[in-house]
Design a protein. Structure first.
Ligand code: CLF
Ligand code: SF4
Length: 297
């Protein structure tokens, strides 16, 4: 139901399968993998695969040009009527590939103006693009925030690439954290709904995520999605976190419960692929490869 939400917020969440627990039974999302590059290194990322910040790590998505992506969106929307949201979530970082990300949004808006636009980012470049995000009517942005303490960040991020140079160690995480929190504040000030994703890494940031939760709530984040580190060998090497295990289901739930009193927690995330298509938990991407989309036209 509508709950306590103001009407203008309800309008933005009622058809979004990630922002509304109820909506995810009835509405579908799709991702297009138009963003291959990344500007930071997360220790849990294997660059051969999809960005682990939003998408299930360890799977390889078919990379598309903005034109191919827009054609795919039309093909999917005409096949799956419940398709309400287009997200760009990798396989790298949406805002490390701004030309491709915004060109895709522009093409989709021109041909399918009813589709809601969503993007996911590590946040490093976010303050620079808030104006453009607002101008393109992107209603939903996800920022992956794994720490607010650069000492903890240094154990998660070996480097960032910013202002044409590489930063490492605590300095890198200090810049990243400042940019993430500034971007969050700028988006919420414009009425754009922000979801924060955090990857729970036992022994590194698990208890610290309670502090992260408070920090993002106080800056206006709408929803917090704490996801488990996926460290099974079949998902590829987890660099710098060798030997780290993901949390158990009970450990994850306990942390979500500890944060629940502070703000809305997302508990139905399926860690989708960067080219996922369909209802959450359903993957119809194989029906919409570039070859098949061309046949459908
Ligand atoms: Fe995609 Fe993410 Fe938008 Fe959803 S997914 S960019 S907010 S449209 Fe959703 Fe998938 Fe979890 Fe992401 S279930 S991985 S939270
Ligand atoms: Fe990998 Fe995503 Fe981190 Fe970039 S932001 S290093 S693609 S997990």
């Amino acid at each position: 139901g509508q709950g306590d939400l103001p009407p203008e917020i309800w309008e933005k969440v009622k058809n979004h399968p990630c922002y509304s627990e109820q909506a995810h039974h009835h509405f579908a999302r799709m991702h297009v993998a138009v963003a291959p590059a990344c500007n930071i290194q997360c220790n849990y990322c294997n660059r051969k695969y999809d960005c682990a910040n939003e998408s299930r790590p360890g799977v390889v998505s078919e990379k598309l040009t903005p034109e191919q992506a827009a054609r795919k969106v039309i093909a999917v929307a005409s096949t799956i009527p419940q398709m309400t949201v287009l997200g760009i979530a990798g396989p790298g970082d949406a805002l490390a590939n701004p030309a491709k990300t915004f060109k895709t949004f522009e093409l989709v808006t021109a041909t399918a103006p009813d589709i809601k636009l969503c993007l996911s980012t590590n946040g490093l470049m976010l303050p620079d693009y808030v104006e453009q995000i607002a101008a393109m009517n992107v209603d939903h942005v996800t920022i992956t925030i794994n720490m607010i303490d650069p000492e903890i960040g240094a154990q998660i991020y070996p480097w960032i690439f910013y202002n044409h140079r590489r930063f490492t160690g605590v300095e890198a995480s200090k810049i990243l954290s400042e940019r993430q929190l500034l971007g969050l504040e700028m988006l919420t000030a414009r009425g754009i709904l922000v979801k924060v994703n955090s990857v729970m890494i036992p022994g590194i940031n698990d208890r610290h995520l309670i502090e992260v939760n408070k920090a993002v709530k106080s800056r206006g984040a709408f929803l917090h999605n704490i996801m488990p580190l996926i460290s099974e060998p079949e998902h590829g090497t987890v660099f710098g976190l060798e030997g780290r295990r993901g949390p158990s289901a009970q450990e994850l739930k306990a942390l979500q419960d500890d944060c629940e009193g502070e703000m809305n927690m997302m508990r139905h995330c399926r860690q989708c692929r960067a080219d996922a298509v369909g209802l959450l938990g359903e993957d119809r991407s194989a029906e919409f490869t570039t070859d098949k989309v061309m046949e459908m036209e």
